[in-house]
Write a protein that binds this ligand. Structure first.
Ligand code: AHR
Length: 639
């Protein structure tokens, strides 16, 4: 194999390998966002999702979800609990997100808004416990094994926030929170929170440390958020609206998650977005892990797989004022995008820049990229994209726009969209491909003949599917991972047009997923990277700065005989990095010729990810069965 060191190609974009985040598979609530209480504000469609009256409580006491004099207009439901006779069973249990993960000696901040009603309620007993007999089900026994407890006292007749820190005496993956009344009478409760003190950067509303660390270790070039299909929503009413996700966490109104649905085989009827992880936190996370933020916004279309709802382009145009969209027009969506750019980058004296500063980040987030629409296609998309892009460019000429291209890996959708977007001068076209492992190996040359003058490529979502797209039986097998690695040599060889790529989806909770495969799996205590994670990490931590052309033996095509290769120079480190992928059964001795190299050290090192078993997977029990290893032997370099 000849690496043409003397014929350096295009620079590798700093954004080349990045992350795709979507709140699917409990990635946000129950995952990266470590709030342990589900439905803390009683604001979901069924107000008691996640809550259960303790066995006997219904007989001993009455409860209702009320909205009389709530704590705020957006958070206008709360729980009213009344008991005529004091009882240790007058109260509620919150089940968390498939239980609550707590660790021995770790501290958790409990907080709640309380208001005392008629009677003599003197306090609230708060317990973290392991479930007793009856588990977390409807017949949950009132007493489990207590891991931490405290009592809130000093109640008043006005809403007031109370906090207490609880230290857990044990480790449990499926603990729960119990709150009971002390005394008899009525008490109102709202915004019940149990939050680990140990968060990323020890922030009050911070993220789960082990999951952020896995992301940071990848040195990602960008972070795309908040999705995926949740950007669109099943209806326009259920679309993601970033403005609803910033400011005081207690006032953020939850929204049904687009993945709260029977998708393929798993039913997660309790799936809502609390927005505790909102746009401010996404920007902050991007900054923390050194990734360019890449928000994707709704283009005025609901998910095309679920509904045909469109925002009319003008107040008098087609679709104007229909029952589903009301007064909504494309202008609302465009304004949201312009305001978002101001929120991210604007001076603190600007209206939206001031909101960012009020949340604790006076410095701009330096947003450079914005996506318009997720996985949308056809003339309806293009006619909305055009005014959208024009408005953004008129106000922010340097903003780089990512346009969408529909879901197909091969079909005419992408071809047509990319041509049309070339005319409309989109900077990027966001391609998605979920396909069998062989598709990835066979399509390594996908971009070899892609026009060099059109929009650049953002391979925004891709993953090899071991069984079939969306099949619950898909595995993050070595077969999938090595096939993606093979395909990525093709991305790298075309780094002049491919400027961004991300595996999808990113996260999945082992007890609450809707989609497989996924890059990182976790339970309430632990997490592991799949072989696909380690492939991504090998590429992103060795991205280099300049592409180097590579000639395969006998001038064969990349991938001939199941051997794949690409190479980059890292101009800062003075390294040459060659990626070699061998999909065959046998070891393949390879001689590397570094053509035209001027200066050379004496040895090279190898970083290896390998298995003889194409079905091998990692798991919570064997998290690094397949992980990259630095080879102990040094490779001699010869002139
Ligand atoms: O990654 C899962 C889903 O796949 C995304 O939400 C969507 O964009 C794609 O269809």
């Amino acid at each position: 194999i000849t690496v043409q060191v003397n014929k350096p190609g295009a620079p590798i974009a700093k954004t080349m390998y990045g992350l795709f985040f979507e709140d699917i598979n409990f990635a946000a609530d129950g995952g990266l966002y470590p709030e342990l209480v589900k439905n803390k504000s009683f604001e979901t469609d069924e107000n008691l999702v996640g809550w259960r009256a303790i066995k006997g409580a219904a007989a001993l006491s009455t409860y209702l979800v009320s909205s009389q004099q709530p704590i705020s207009a957006t958070n206008n439901h709360f729980l009213r609990l009344t008991t005529p006779t004091a009882s240790p069973d007058a109260g509620f249990i919150n089940e968390g997100f498939r239980g609550m993960g707590v660790k021995q000696d770790a501290e958790y901040t409990f907080s709640v808004y309380l208001r005392k009603g008629p009677g003599n309620v003197s306090g609230l007993n708060v317990t973290i416990e392991e479930p007793g007999r009856g588990g977390n089900g409807p017949e949950a026994a009132s007493s489990g094994k207590v891991l931490a407890e405290t009592k809130i006292t000093g109640l008043t007749n006005e809403w007031k926030k109370y906090t207490a820190v609880l230290k857990s005496s044990g480790t449990a993956a499926k603990a729960r929170l119990k709150i009971t009344m002390e005394g008899a009478g009525t008490i109102d409760l709202d915004v019940v929170s149990l939050f680990p003190k140990d968060t990323w950067q020890k922030r009050e509303n911070g993220l789960r440390t082990d999951l952020v660390q896995l992301l940071k270790d990848m040195k990602p070039g960008f972070l795309r958020f908040p999705g995926g299909c949740i950007v669109e929503g099943r209806t326009l009413d259920e679309r993601y609206q970033w403005k609803e996700t910033i400011g005081d966490v207690a006032s953020r109104k939850p929204l049904i998650n687009r993945w709260n649905t029977e998708f393929k085989h798993k039913f997660t009827p309790d799936y809502y977005q609390s927005f505790g992880l909102g746009f401010f936190e996404y920007f902050q996370l991007s900054e923390d892990i050194g990734a360019e933020p890449l928000p994707i916004l709704n283009v005025g279309m609901a998910c095309q797989f679920n509904s045909a709802e469109l925002a009319p382009i003008t107040a008098s145009g087609p679709n104007a004022g229909n029952a589903a969209t009301g007064d909504l027009t494309l202008d609302t969506f465009i304004q949201d995008a312009l305001d978002l750019i101001e929120f991210a980058n604007g001076a603190t004296s600007s209206p939206w820049g001031a909101k960012r500063a009020a949340m604790g980040h006076a410095a701009p987030f330096n947003l450079k990229y914005i996506g318009i629409g997720n996985e949308q296609w056809g003339p309806q998309y293009l006619e909305r994209y055009e005014p959208f892009a024009k408005a953004i460019k008129a106000k922010y000429p340097n903003m780089q726009i990512v346009s969408s291209a529909g879901p197909s890996p091969d079909g005419p959708l992408f071809e047509a969209a990319s041509k049309r977007l070339g005319v409309l001068k989109a900077e990027f076209v966001d391609e998605h491909y979920y396909a069998k492992p062989e598709w990835f190996r066979q399509n390594v040359g996908r971009y070899d003949n892609y026009p060099r003058t059109g929009p650049k490529i953002f391979a925004g979502e891709y993953a090899a599917q071991s069984v079939a797209i969306g099949s619950p039986d898909n595995k993050n097998s070595w077969d999938c991972a090595i096939s993606e690695a093979a395909f990525m040599t093709g991305l790298e060889r075309n780094a002049d047009v491919v400027n961004m790529a991300s595996y999808a989806p990113l996260f999945a909770h082992v007890d609450a997923w809707q989609w497989t495969p996924d890059m990182i799996w976790f339970d309430n205590l632990k997490a592991y990277g799949t072989p696909n994670y380690y492939v991504q990490k090998m590429y992103s931590t060795n991205a280099g700065t300049t592409m180097l052309p590579v000639q395969m033996p006998n001038n064969a095509k990349n991938g001939t005989d199941n051997l794949f290769a690409s190479a980059v120079a890292d101009d800062k480190a003075g390294d040459i990095v060659v990626k070699l992928v061998n999909y065959s059964n046998d070891a393949r001795p390879v001689k590397l010729n570094l053509a035209g190299v001027k200066k050379m050290g004496k040895s090279a090192k190898a970083i290896v990810l390998a298995s003889n078993d194409l079905q091998a997977v990692n798991s919570l029990q064997e998290p690094t069965k397949l992980a990259r290893k630095k080879s102990s032997s040094k490779y001699r370099l010869r002139r």
